[in-house]
Structures are given as C-alpha cells and as structure tokens.
Design a protein around this ligand. Structure first.
Ligand code: CA
Length: 401
C-alpha cells in the first residue's frame, strides 16, 4: 500500500510531469521572435526556414547566465599559456600535421598560410575537433538577440545563421556550437562563416563541422582575408640586454627591427635580428624575468581572430612547436591568482599614489600594467609592469607572509 502511494505521488509530481514537456518560452521572448521573423523576412530569409526553424526557437536562460558571468579570478599568463600549449597538444599537432600533410600543403600553397598555423588554431579552438560545443546555435543567438545587452549584434548573427541554413550548408538541428554562436572545427561566428567559409572538398556544401578540408581551407581563407603576410612569421622569442628600457615594451609601441637591434635585442641563439624592413613590438607578458617576444604584423592578424595577446602568443608558439621547434628559452613566471576584488584594491592603491590606473574595474588590463610600470620606475625598480608578488605586497593587496 505504502509503495503504491509513493508511486502515485511520483507519477503526479509536477517536476516529473514538466520534465517530459518542452519548457514554455517567456511571453516577451515569444513576442520578440515574432519581430525577428519580420526582420528575417525583410532580409531575404526564405519563408520555409522562417516557419520551420526560426518559429521554433527556444529561450535558453543558461545563455544569458553565461553572458552575464564575469570570471571571478583573473588567470595569470603563465597558467593560461601552460594550459593551452601542452605537451599533449604539441604531440597531437605534430601527428595531425603529418597525417593531413597533403591536404595542408595544398591549402598552404593556395592561401599562403603555413600548415602549422592552421593546425595550431584548430588545436586551440576545439582541441583538433574534440569539442565543437553542443548548444543549438539558433536558440543561443535568438536568446541573445532578444536580450537588450547586445541585441543588434546578435540579431545580425542570427540572420546570418539563418542564411547558412537557407543555403543548405547545414540543418538547424545539426547547427550546434558555443553558447555565444561560434561553430565548427574553427569556431567561426555566422558572419565569419558567410564571408570566409569555403567548400573545399567540392560536395557543394560549406561544412565546418563534418569536413576537415572545408574547415582548414576556411581558416586559411579567413587568415588571408584579414591580412596574413605570406612570407612572415608571427614573431619570435628574443633575448634582452641588461638594463633594457622596459618602457619600450607593449603592443602599442612598434619600432623598426634595426632599432630593436641597436637597443641590444637579439635572437635567443645570440644571433642578430633579421635584416628585414619590418616593424615589431616587444612583449614581456610576465616581466623581465620571463620570456620576451618580438611580434610582427601577423601577430596583429592573429589578434583579429581573438583579441587577446595571450591567445596570439599561444597560437604563435604552438605553431612553432608543432613545426618542430623546442620549448621557450625562458619559462613564463607565475604570478598570484587575483580575484576581481583584489585587482580593484590594486587599482585603487595605484590611483591613491598618483599612478593613474583608471576607474577600478577589477580587470587587469594594459592601463593597470602601465600604472604599475610608472610605479616601478618611481621606486627605481625594473619598470616591466608585471604584477609580481612583491608589488602586490608593497601595495597592500597581499599581506606579508
Ligand atoms: Ca564541402
């Protein structure tokens, strides 16, 4: 008797009943989708795709949660770099370079982007096709398009995604990716897909999920399109002389290679810098005790793919390693992991002492690093802008241990 009662209760439990039915969309979302259908129609999306695929999109609360989420801790450069350029990724990258040598060589010749860079992007974006993201792209983009924060941008990307479905490259069901709309082997947003994706295997479809030839050729076409310089590297690790003026470091300060040469910058082998008519910027992501890099035009191209210096350094170094190079001569120096509150304390401490770091926002960016560099200079320290444990202790962000 008891068990029958429990069974009955379980059957009638509202939670269980709900779990079997699709969640209903909030009324504002349903209204928004009606407006999106008009927009899609105005922008030339077929009635079939609008009625079948756009009309059935679902609101995903999790997407908004992820969009609002700010990382609680800033990841240090050393941690970021070590997690992305791993031994496993280097070994697999080398094996895949060999396995797909013919295809990669053909693409490299045609687009002017060396194979190791294509494999490096592939490795960093999806771990060589290991994870594409499983979110339904139309649901994610419609949810973000109906949210006020970046509505125009995501409405545009939603329309672009519908165009891709309309052209027959993929069905809405198979169009999966990241919560923010990035898709396939190389995590292209729909706008990048429409402009740069290529049907390289000739089956009539641009398929960045199921066709490696399409995905790698599309990556090469994108890089060429955003300015990849055929005969150039991304940059290289260099060695610096004693008493190097670190205020010259930073992406904003491009100088001719000859000038870096006369400042005493050398290749890590000790050899002179190449005698080329090029400009470069010098980066010291973990200060004067860590590696120094001279970065060239192609570094800026990599940053057009993803606007983070750490990402671009990881792509460049991973590409070198996949191509057979050894590890860095100097390893990145680890720095304390800081919470947003701690970064705000640091910014306030710098501001209070007259080294303007801007409105405290908890984000460790170039403005804060420049303020640290000025602070270091005033104390006759090496002005490399690195947030070391010493600096954090001096400025009262960390206690003495
Ligand atoms: Ca194809």
């Amino acid at each position: 008797m008891l068990s029958r009662t429990l069974l009955l209760a379980a059957v009638l439990s509202p939670a269980l009943v709900l779990a079997d039915e699709p969640a209903s969309n909030p009324p504002e979302f349903a209204e928004c989708v009606v407006r999106l259908k008009d927009t899609a129609s105005e922008r030339g999306i077929s009635a079939a795709v609008i009625e079948r695929d756009l009309a059935s999109v679902n609101y995903v609360a999790r997407v908004i949660e992820l969009d609002r989420k700010q990382p609680e801790f800033s990841e240090s450069f050393a941690t970021y770099f070590e997690r992305r350029v791993t031994e496993d990724r280097i070994v697999r990258g080398r094996a895949l370079l060999k396995e797909h040598q013919q295809l990669l060589n053909r693409i490299s010749r045609e687009f002017g982007v060396p194979a190791q860079y294509l494999v490096a992007f592939w490795g960093l974006e999806t771990n060589f096709g290991g994870f594409f993201g499983k979110m339904p792209i139309l649901d994610s983009l419609a949810t973000l398009a109906c949210d006020p924060r970046r509505s125009d941008y995501f409405t545009g990307e939603l329309i672009n995604a519908l165009k891709i479905i309309d052209e027959g490259s993929i069905t809405a069901e198979k169009m999966q990716g990241s919560w923010a709309g990035a898709m396939g082997h190389t995590q292209f947003m729909p706008s990048v897909f429409l402009r740069y994706a290529i049907d390289y295997d000739g089956d009539g479809k641009r398929d960045l999920w199921g066709s490696l030839p399409d995905a790698l050729a599309s990556a090469a076409n994108f890089l060429r399109g955003i300015g990849w310089q055929k005969e150039q590297r991304w940059g290289r690790e260099v060695s610096l002389p004693k008493n190097f003026p670190f205020e010259k470091a930073g992406l904003a300060n491009s100088l001719p290679l000859q000038q870096w040469q006369s400042l005493g910058v050398r290749q890590t082998s000790g050899a002179k810098l190449p005698d080329a008519d090029m400009t470069a910027a010098l980066l010291v992501p973990t200060g004067h005790q860590g590696p120094a890099f001279l970065v060239y035009d192609n570094f800026h191209v990599i940053m057009r793919w993803n606007r983070a210096e750490a990402y671009a350094l990881a792509v460049g170094h991973l590409a070198d390693r996949i191509n057979g190079a050894g590890s860095l001569k100097r390893q990145p120096v680890q720095a304390p992991r800081l919470s947003r509150d701690q970064v705000m304390t640091l910014q306030t401490a710098l501001n209070d002492r007259g080294f303007t770091a801007g409105e405290p926002d908890g984000v460790l960016g170039p403005g804060t690093r420049a303020a640290i560099s000025r602070y270091q200079k005033s104390r006759q320290q090496v002005a490399d802008g690195f947030v070391s444990k010493t600096i954090l202790t001096e400025l009262g962000v960390l206690g003495d241990d």
